[in-house]
Design a protein around this ligand. Sequence first.
Ligand SMILES: Nc1ncnc2c1ncn2[C@@H]1O[C@H](COP(=O)(O)OP(=O)(O)O)[C@@H](O)[C@H]1O
Ligand SMILES: [Mg+2]
Length: 403
Amino acid sequence: MFETYDREVLGLVPEPAAVAGLHPRLGIVGGGQLARMTAMAALRLGCDVVVLERESYSPAARLATHSLVGDWNDPGTLRALASRVDVVTLENEFVEADALRVLADGGSTVWPSPQTVGLVQDKLRQKQRLADAGLPVPRLRAVDHLDELEAAAVEFGLPLLLKARRNAYDGKGNATLRSRADFAPAWQRLGGGEGRALFVEAFCDFTAELAVIITRGQRGELAVYPVVETVQRDHVCHLVRAPAPVPKEVAARVTEVARRAVEAVGAVGSFGVELFLTRAGEVLVNELAPRVHNSGHYSLEACVCSQFENHVRAVFGWPLGSTRMVAPAAVMVNLLGAVRAPGRVKGLEQALAVPGARVHLYGKAMSGVGRKLGHVTALGSSLAEAEVLARRCARAIRFGGET
Ligand SMILES: Nc1ncnc2c1ncn2[C@@H]1O[C@H](COP(=O)(O)OP(=O)(O)O)[C@@H](O)[C@H]1O
Ligand SMILES: [Mg+2]
């Protein structure tokens, strides 16, 4: 593990000792765009931010007060982070919950709690907990051997989703089994052959994917954001419409399910709840994220208090802010890479010329196929108006070698 302290590295004036410990200090495990936007919210509230990432160059380390480079599953490295901050939080669910538990047992403040992280980071345990709490989830079950897929296909029918229990994102831990010929290749691709724990889930014939961000405070108080519609392309979030164009009655049901879901896992902080709306009008929970979530980026411009600021408020035990939208509609479009190349941005000037659209670039060193490199958000008096602006703005931007 090593640490970087940019002001010292640059030979500028180091922070005087008197300043140490003066401001609330937030530690974030992970240094990607979610940590970066959380750090921005924390900095605005006068906090210092310490980021722990595996690489020395990361979106959040570029603006953190202090950054540590090392393995976040190593207890010593996590302790080094905890010793420099008042609260440790995370931007992804890949850190070992057991390592976080060691920190909490040693007296550090960790939110969300290691118990919650452990429960949510295993998608199978997470969904079983939700089902036990009476919440609607797709039918699912663990599969320990390739030959158990046959029985699952008979029980749930085809197509069928095969999913990794842990460390999956942007569809990378999922395979859709459409016929028996898909079983063995999918099993191998997801690492079932190497002992990675997998489960199967009934295919959901949804008419829309919905999401809700809920921030839950340490005393159980809630800040509930509007229900949004998310549109995925190749299993990666592409566009978000806020509020979701669904009847009030559906939005109310979705909000209630999402609220019960975050309560069932003992959430503290901002959590993303992903849901399916089925053809029959049923609402199912797809999954929870124990952190700020892509479907809530619109809240930066569209809500009184963003999911990032509310996360910071929750983990410090401060009052939560209003989730009210400040415009009738907002649309967010992700800026995804198309080729593997240095992450140089082209077309920013054209994008900035689109009136009312806000551009967020994460400053990643490398572009890659489907990699999230930024997003744009546009507000409007209607979803249609906001969507035209957001799409026009997003179309202008290219990364790396894209033409
Ligand atoms: N049971 C399912 N039925 C149909 N589509 C699904 C199902 N599970 C996941 N998907 C599709 O794949 C996307 C990514 O799956 P998800 O389980 O949310 O994994 P990730 O961790 O990659 O977000 C979902 O947003 C949805 O579009
Ligand atoms: Mg998902």
